[in-house]
Ligand binder design. Structure first.
Ligand code: ADP
Ligand code: ZN
Ligand code: MG
Length: 489
């Protein structure tokens, strides 16, 4: 990137809310990637004339949870508005949204970036409804589109930041941080492949030191962090190159082509006037009582950022170690539960075993920490055996893998398979001398000064015991016997 420019980015994120029913009718919220099309449709969400919407209280509660978690100012009275436009996925010809008077404004979210902490200001949080879903088909040269209204009317929360982000890395950190908060709050699954969380970065660049913001482009509907990061990086480079060659950035909406890894023009700027916003005449103002807001505030869980700070302080974890654990609430819970159950195991060890071996098994199997058979009890049992030297690290990995498959305890697996660590000093001394006897050539070379061979000999002892010997005892004993040989030679 040309260092005389500064990228400026603000994000709009749309999150579907995990309510049982839609925003303004009683239709169920279905998984639109799995349900048969048009199974959850009624006259209200199909936009029939004469029907009346009714506000979903649960959706308001969820929106308030998010707004409070993002430290926003809540407006006790907010107004739904009609955003008018024509598109086949919008049966009413307008979307009910909030415009001049959103539910919440002026918040902030602290995020953890690779360069440190950063506060991202939240401009507004408002409620709206999702649109239907179009599938474009081409059949024997005839192109047509299929409309699925299962999604039409699903509660949607729009969260808009101030233009506070300055790199693709920061953009990603914010988006990941927000997703994590939504999941902690239980209001969104964060399942981006299903389209329930969609990200739209607004991107501009300006000369370093300039006050005035450059002209922005808006990338529509990204549904992976990788696409977000790449699209942002691409737009930044494109705009800088354009300006450097004497051109001008045109305000526009662009799409991201994930195959070609480029952005492409969708439409040039439409102004707010184009939507002819006006207050929704079929709905009263939304009034939320102070006492309800306070009740929701009190019910919020500990959020990722404060938890990240606490884990570092309480357990002496590094910032990255803690960040890995708090990204998901279930992982952080698993960590803290394990630490409680195995107080004799250092907390950092627990963290390392989770983010290393356990995550490895989860990734391979495609399971989540909630769906695995490994519980904090089982995990604590395993780590306790390592801590007390009953098994060594290598054996523990084998045991963990079996535990992962079967849900059996470490004690059972170790006993059944005879995996107990060999810590008996006489036994180890015997094994070491056996290896030295069987490898006279290597021993000779060692004695002639090829000291690197000590590691090789160590490996032979470990192999002889299928990795079950206590490695530090083996090292000590090997050292001792080699020293004896070199002095008696
Ligand atoms: P809309 O896109 O609906 O017109 P806004 O004007 O409020 O909405 O802006 C949407 C997002 O774009 C916000 O996140 C805001 O911070 C960001 N934004 C606005 N102007 C710029 C700019 N010049 N460069 C980068 N981001 C911007
Ligand atoms: Zn409906
Ligand atoms: Mg926009």
């Amino acid at each position: 990137m040309n260092a005389s420019y500064e990228p400026v980015i603000g994000l709009e994120i749309h999150a579907e809310l995990l309510t049982a029913s839609k925003m303004f009718c009683a239709c169920p919220v279905l998984d639109v990637t799995e349900a048969e099309p048009n199974r959850a449709v009624c006259p209200v969400c199909a936009g029939m004339p004469g029907v009346l919407p009714v506000i979903n209280q649960k959706a308001v509660e969820y929106a308030l949870r998010v707004a409070l978690a993002l430290n926003c100012e809540i407006f006790e009275t907010s107004i739904f508005a009609r955003k008018n436009y024509f598109y086949p996925d919008l049966p009413k010809g307008y979307q009910i949204s909030q415009y001049e008077f959103p539910l919440a404004r002026n918040g902030y979210l602290p995020v953890i970036t690779s360069a440190g902490e950063k506060i991202v200001r939240i401009r507004r949080v408002h409620l709206e409804e999702d649109t239907g879903k179009l599938t474009h088909v081409e059949d024997n040269g005839i192109a047509y589109s299929l409309v699925d209204l299962n999604r039409a009317g699903i509660p949607l929360l729009e969260i808009v930041t101030e233009p506070d982000l300055h790199s693709p890395d920061e953009v990603r950190a914010y988006a990941e941080g927000l997703r994590s908060v939504l999941r902690y709050l239980g209001v969104n699954s964060g399942d981006m492949q299903k389209g329930v969380l969609r990200i739209e970065p607004n991107i501009s660049v300006r000369k370093l030191g300039d006050e005035k913001l450059g002209t922005r482009t808006e990338v529509k509907n990204l549904n992976s962090f990788r696409a977000l990061e790449r699209a942002a990086a691409y737009e930044i480079e494109r705009q800088i190159a354009l300006l450097e060659s004497g051109g001008e950035v045109r305000q526009q909406t662009v799409g991201w082509d994930d195959v070609k890894q480029v952005t492409f023009t969708q439409r040039y700027k439409e102004t707010e006037d184009d939507y002819r916003y006006f207050p929704e005449p079929d709905l009263p103002p939304l009034v939320v009582e102070k006492s309800w807001i306070e009740e929701i505030r009190r019910s919020l869980p500990e959020l990722p950022y404060p938890r990240w700070k606490r884990l570092q302080q309480m357990y002496g974890l590094g910032s990255q170690e803690a960040a890995v654990l708090v990204a998901e609430r279930a992982v952080a819970d698993f960590f803290e539960d394990t630490v409680k159950l195995a107080p004799e195991v250092p907390a950092r060890q627990v963290a390392i075993w989770i983010s290393g071996s356990l995550f490895g098994l989860l990734n391979l199997s495609g399971k989540s920490i909630e769906t695995t058979r490994i519980t904090p009890e089982l995990f604590a049992g395993l780590l306790r055996q390592v801590e007390t030297g009953q098994i060594n690290q290598n054996t523990a990995k084998t045991v963990l893998a079996e535990m992962f498959e079967t849900g059996r305890s470490a004690t059972e697996i170790v006993t059944d398979r005879g995996l107990t660590q060999i810590s008996d000093e006489t036994a180890i001394a015997r094994l070491v001398s056996q290896v030295l006897d069987e490898n006279p050539a290597q021993v000779q070379e060692y004695l002639n000064g090829k000291t690197g061979l000590q590691n090789w000999l160590f490996g032979q002892v470990m192999r002889l015991t299928a990795g079950q010997a206590n490695p530090s005892l083996v090292r000590q004993e090997l050292n001792r016997q080699l020293k004896v040989l070199s002095t008696t030679r």
